[in-house]
Design a protein around this ligand. Structure first.
Ligand code: NAD
Ligand code: LMR
Length: 338
């Protein structure tokens, strides 16, 4: 057996964590031969609830779970960790946009970025899920200057899964027959779900999505708005934001970061823009198509052709990220310079 990986989940008493922890403990993310030590961080008033979660995790009798450490202290939670899954944050309610959460959540990512900088391994991989995820990831990265900026990612995998599932249902194939759908930009209603480079496996052949769907108006209209507004639709129906599907997005994202992507396939993640890809301003955490290598590093897929329709949408979501960054600054300490 390998040494246990030290994995921290924040917001561990919340609803996404409740759907996530079992998968982490079962080996669905890091594999069937990789034990994990789970550091579960929540705020002090939630420690009672967290105790119940820990009891249930124990009662699952999962052999890969080496130890579970519930805590309200970031120093304990982040000490020498390999992975940080930052979920803990306020979710939005009906009628809000995710960026409306900046006032409540920006400070959390400032203090957790600083704590990661101090206590985590310098090789730690950080996935930000708490909304607004891209800008929170930017805040955490800026507050952790000793950790490579490429180690910070924001989750747009739920959006990718939503887009894939919509196309699969339309064509009448299983969702894993659809590949290389891209989410560009922000995990928000300005994101651009782009199917122009993707395909559907039909009778052993990879058919371009536009050819397989045979409904350009849907792909350029309702498909895009359905994916953009899916989070709000779930909130309107459930009166709570998505949790099961968010946990599945985390599992997919972290598993790919750990194991790599298959040849000829890429996945979408919010990653730091170097200013050289697709005209996206440098320094934003923007969702790009990425190939992940077996050593847990990634490369942004380059050279995809961008038409005018896509260009406009990619620019609009970048513009929103610039605005979010500027507005986040007003909620942070003077030393947290974005
Ligand atoms: P929840 O309210 O059920 O749980 C959040 C938990 O975080 C609570 O237990 C809370 O006490 C804890 N928390 C608050 N501040 C904390 C801190 N400083 N440190 C540690 N824990 C802290 O919410 P949820 O449904 O689990 O959602 C969590 C976040 O994830 C929300 O911001 C939500 O909008 C976001 N989300 C993102 C995506 C995505 O695709 N990126 C998808 C779904 C939800
Ligand atoms: C989602 O996409 O479901 C989450 O980000 C929750 C939300 O606020 O929409």
């Amino acid at each position: 057996m390998a040494e246990p990986l030290r994995v921290c989940v924040t917001g561990a008493a919340g609803q996404i964590a409740y759907s996530l922890l079992y998968s982490l403990g079962r080996g669905e993310v890091f594999g069937p031969n990789q034990p994990v030590t789970l550091f579960l961080l929540d705020i002090q008033p939630m420690l009672g609830v967290l105790d119940g979660v820990v009891m249930e995790m124990m009662d699952c009798a999962l052999p890969l779970v080496n130890e579970i450490v519930p805590t309200a202290d970031p120093q304990v939670a982040f000490k020498d960790i390999d992975f940080a899954i930052l979920v803990g944050a306020m979710p939005r309610r009906e009628g809000m946009e995710r960026k409306d959460l900046l006032k409540a959540n920006a400070k959390i990512f400032e203090s957790q970025g600083k704590a990661l900088d101090q206590f985590a391994k310098k090789t730690v991989k950080v996935l930000v899920v708490g909304n607004p995820a891209n800008t929170n990831a930017l805040i955490a990265h800026k507050c952790a200057p000793s950790i490579p900026k490429e180690n910070f990612t924001a989750m747009t995998r739920l959006d990718q899964n939503r887009a894939q599932a919509q196309v699969a249902a339309r064509v009448g194939v299983p969702s894993n027959a659809v590949r290389n759908v891209i989410i560009w930009g922000n995990h928000s209603s300005t994101q651009f779900p782009d199917v122009r480079h993707g395909d559907v496996s039909i009778d052993g052949k990879h058919v371009p999505i536009y050819e397989a769907v045979k409904d350009d108006a849907w792909l350029k209209g309702d498909f895009i708005t359905t994916v953009q507004k899916r989070g709000a639709a779930v909130i309107a129906a459930r009166k709570l934001s998505s949790a099961m599907s968010a946990a599945k997005g985390i599992v997919d994202h972290v598993k790919d970061l750990w194991c790599g992507t298959p040849p000829d396939e890429y996945v979408s993640m919010g990653v730091i823009s170097d200013g050289n890809s697709y005209g996206v301003p440098e320094g934003l955490i923007y969702s790009f198509p990425c190939k992940i290598l077996p050593d847990h590093t990634y490369e942004v897929v380059t050279g995809l052709e961008i038409d005018t329709f896509s260009r406009e949408k990619m620019d609009a979501t970048a513009k929103e990220l610039v605005e979010e960054r500027d507005s986040a600054m007003t909620f942070l300490s003077a030393d947290a310079n974005l």
